[in-house]
Design a protein around this ligand. Sequence first.
Ligand SMILES: [Zn+2]
Length: 205
Amino acid sequence: MGKANCPFCNSKNTFNIAYGYLGEKKDKKNYIDQHDIGKNISYRKGFNKYDFDGERLISHLPNRYCKNCNNSFQSRKVMYTIDISIINFIICINNNYYRYIFDFSDKDNPKYILKINWITIKEETLTIKERNKILVSFKKYKPNLWNGHYGLSYEYYKYYWILKCTYYNGIDYVKSGNDKVPDNWKYFVKPFKEIFDENIFDLES
Ligand SMILES: [Zn+2]
């Protein structure tokens, strides 16, 4: 594996973390021992991971460590709903550009920002309950499995939308559509409509 950039500070000064039985790799270049970054021997054993809704997840310990900012992260493509960090939800309709930014990077203090035509209109905290409603939608309607794009490639007549979802490990996906939405769209956008009391999400193919 090449040098993975740190998703927190973008530094390339990152190292693979060697846990317990991987100790023999300690001497290898590019590995750092778990003890050297303050994780004790029971760290692996006691590692439990739960989704936002309490579902127990197969554990995936962070596999990389950044010496620049001292954060550890998981660089493989192992992503759970609870690992969603930033959502950018963009809708352009009637010549207005709406951008909803959901920032869940601080898991206890979710917030959102609404920009209309690049001007910040709102910047507010969300309750954990509201955040979870959004995460339920991601878990249930799986936008990560949607097609990359719906509708025409370059033209639109009514609207276009872009959904970008970034996980805390820096991996992300982008979905979009021109005058067309996926079949489960109206279910997916339900919590967005409720939280923001907005009809803007009512897009139809
Ligand atoms: Zn870093």
